[in-house]
Design a protein around this ligand. Structure first.
Ligand SMILES: *Cc1c(COP(=O)(O)O)cnc(C)c1O
Length: 309
């Protein structure tokens, strides 16, 4: 397992230049989506030290939480299969229990990896951080290594510190998408003081900034809240068209929940003159492409254009 994680690390996820804009502004992208076909992007980084810890402590099972389209659920299921952990996914949405035909591609994939799926009501799901509830789950499933929703904890942040390496010192700005903020915190921790790290929130949230402040002591960062498109996993035609234009032009596929909104936001800020002359900007492609198929089904129902992938 150590070899797997170190090996993929040293494969040297490439930085590619995307485009040159006016005023000498350069935009580069770090292809973390290419880390591994199934344990992709930042979920690979977040699982690394957690899985090493689970193995070290001889856990047989991993348990975690997520929604029906969760990249974290998909990555945990895949990693469990690769490294012989039993995996248990507590999934928001009790109505899915008896309706396999409504399962998202993510849930079908997780099940195909052997993940044991437990569907719970929104009310029960909210107890995910309560010790009492975790004890109850242990009585049901036996002992397990607990990975929190979205995969963020101290070991996850440690893993995300490895996204940035020495050769990235040349960049003035590093931009990444934010869900829980664990990935952003890791990047901030390994950035240099002269770099500015910019998080683009994928959700509407008033407390996210405070949450991130708890995960890092550094101050060379900001959180942008203008590009969540009205909330988590919400999309509109403009965003889908942007994602499709981008992949046509640059041959890089973005996901609609995180990286699509991120890159949309960066392009908009460049246009609005947010970045100084000759800025070198690095955007992190954190993966998430497994969710496109599920999103396309929703788009089809709404009569919106599909994401080409
Ligand atoms: C989970 C995820 C994020 C958010 O990461 P956090 O560490 O929770 O902020 C960003 N991008 C993609 C593609 C993800 O799957």
């Amino acid at each position: 397992m150590q070899d797997f994680f170190e090996g993929a690390n040293s494969q040297n996820v490439p930085n590619q230049v995307i485009a040159e804009f006016n005023k000498g502004i350069q935009l580069w992208i770090k292809r973390e989506d290419l880390l591994h076909p199934e344990v992709s992007g930042n979920k690979f980084r977040k699982l690394k030290y957690n899985l090493l810890e689970a193995k070290r402590r001889n856990f047989q099972s991993l348990l975690t939480f997520g929604g029906a389209h969760s990249n974290h659920i998909a990555a945990t299921a895949a990693a469990g299969k690769l490294f012989n952990f039993k995996t248990i996914g507590i999934i928001r949405g009790e109505e899915l229990e008896s309706a396999v035909e409504k399962w998202s591609p993510t849930l079908k994939y997780a099940r195909s990896c052997g993940m044991n799926l437990l569907f719970v009501s929104r009310e029960e799901y909210r107890k995910k951080d309560s010790e009492e509830y975790i004890e109850k789950l242990k009585r049901k499933f036996g002992n397990f290594y607990l990975v929190p929703e979205g995969g963020t904890n101290d070991l996850a942040i440690q893993g995300c510190e490895e996204i940035i390496n020495i050769s990235d010192k040349q960049f003035d700005f590093i931009c990444t998408s934010v869900g829980t903020g664990g990935t952003l915190a890791g990047i901030i921790n390994s950035s240099s003081a002269l770099q500015k790290v910019i998080g683009f929130s994928a959700l509407k949230s008033d407390y996210l900034k405070d949450e991130i402040s708890k995960m890092t002591n550094r101050e060379n960062w900001e959180l942008i809240l203008d590009y969540h498109f009205e909330g988590y996993a919400r999309v509109n035609k403009e965003l889908i068209e942007f994602i499709n234009d981008f992949s046509k032009k640059y041959k890089i596929i973005l996901d609609p929940v995180y990286t699509g909104k991120l890159v949309f936001g960066i392009f908009d800020l460049i246009k609005k003159g947010h970045f100084p002359e000759n800025s070198k900007i690095l955007v992190i492609h954190t993966g998430g492409l497994q969710g496109i198929e599920g999103m396309n089904r929703l788009l089809k129902k709404k009569g919106l254009p599909q994401i080409v992938h």
